[in-house]
Design a protein around this ligand. Structure first.
Ligand code: SF4
Length: 64
């Protein structure tokens, strides 16, 4: 299981992560990021891509 965390103090709601995995990361109607906190291991590549594109380096994850 992959546990995702977005540092909401750093996140500026740019939404680049959404383009990497829009079923995990979404912008709500107010433009704020929402995300699924636990995803299966086979999504690690998508989560890593989101980490890489985030301009604020706000996304981290752990694998357990
Ligand atoms: S790419 Fe980073 S800064 Fe932008 S919405 Fe996603 S977590 Fe927030």
């Amino acid at each position: 299981m992959i546990t995702i965390n977005i540092d909401m103090d750093s996140c500026q709601n740019y939404g680049q992560c959404v383009f990497e995995a829009e079923d995990i990361f979404q912008l709500d109607e107010d433009g704020n990021i929402q995300y699924t906190k636990e995803v299966p291991d086979d999504r690690q590549a998508d989560v890593e891509n989101a980490v890489d594109v985030c301009p604020m380096q706000a996304i981290s994850f752990t694998v357990s």
